[in-house]
Design a protein around this ligand. Structure first.
Ligand SMILES: [Zn+2]
Length: 271
């Protein structure tokens, strides 16, 4: 599943489409997680792509008359391709830019993603308006997180993966940041000290920044808009490494289900 770094890498890959105008939209399958607007072809034709933003795992593509809110779901991809590229089974939407392309193609085998249109401020959309702060913003800091952790009985890993508290920290980056901070994922949130919370916030930012720089993690099927794999997975310290040696202390990395998600940790390096 694409996490925040993969979505940011995708957003950055779309920048060459800025200032280009949509000449045609082909929707082959309207039933994604939420149905695509029946009039999307009409609405977007002739509109210029003005701005590309991201909020949590939503890509916000601002056009003259409104904004497309795109979520990649579990298995969605956006790819920039030449006009007349062969259509495959799960290629649900093509946005053609200019008269000669390129095409921006949305592919999604599991169809948990979404492409929604709004004429209003996308930040007021019901999917976005209640989200917690962005992990890379200054309003996500040690003081903010510690105030929340103090009153939470849940596992620390579940708390940092809650998008009402901070957005976009999925299973991979939660596991990695907790390893660097030396905190076991199954520790209760209120038992994480103030000092540890500040260290954890620092590593959450570092891990996410680093993953964006490395083009994201390609675990099963992520690739960027040009079809390139990310390579941050080569730097994972614990995620997906159960049974292998900890790179710091040589103990065996363990895996455990925590809050319905596989969690990976070193019981020597993490307390
Ligand atoms: Zn270790």
């Amino acid at each position: 599943m694409p996490e925040l770094p993969e979505v940011e890498v995708t957003r950055q890959g779309l920048i060459p489409l800025l200032k280009k105008r949509i000449s045609k939209v082909d929707v082959r399958n309207y039933s994604l997680r939420w149905p695509i607007d029946n009039n999307l072809e009409k609405i977007l034709k002739g509109q210029e792509l003005l701005q590309l933003d991201r909020r949590a795992k939503y890509i916000l593509a601002k056009f003259t008359n409104g904004t497309l809110i795109i979520h990649l779901g579990m298995s969605g991809h956006l790819c920039i391709m030449p006009i007349n590229s062969k259509v495959k089974k799960h290629d649900h939407v093509d946005f053609t830019f200019g008269n000669d392309g390129p095409i921006l193609r949305y592919t999604d085998p599991r169809r948990f993603g979404s492409i929604l249109w709004t004429k209003d401020n996308p930040m007021d959309h019901k999917l976005l308006c209640k989200l917690g702060p962005e992990p890379l913003n200054q309003n996500f800091n040690g003081e903010y997180l510690y105030r929340i952790l103090k009153r939470k009985q849940q596992y620390i890993k579940s708390v940092i993966m809650d998008s009402n508290i901070v957005v976009g920290i999925g299973n991979i980056y939660a596991s990695e940041a907790l390893f660097y901070a030396g905190i076991k994922p199954q520790r209760r949130a209120h038992k994480v000290s103030k000092k540890e919370t500040y260290i954890l916030v620092k590593f959450i930012k570092e891990v996410i920044n680093n993953a964006i720089k490395k083009g994201g993690s390609t675990m099963s099927d992520f690739f960027d808009v040009n079809g390139e794999n990310g390579y941050f997975q080569n730097e994972h310290k614990v995620y997906g490494r159960e049974g292998l040696c900890c790179l710091t202390c040589q103990s065996v990395i363990k895996q455990k289900r925590i809050g319905q998600r596989s969690s990976f940790f070193c019981s020597e390096c993490q307390k």
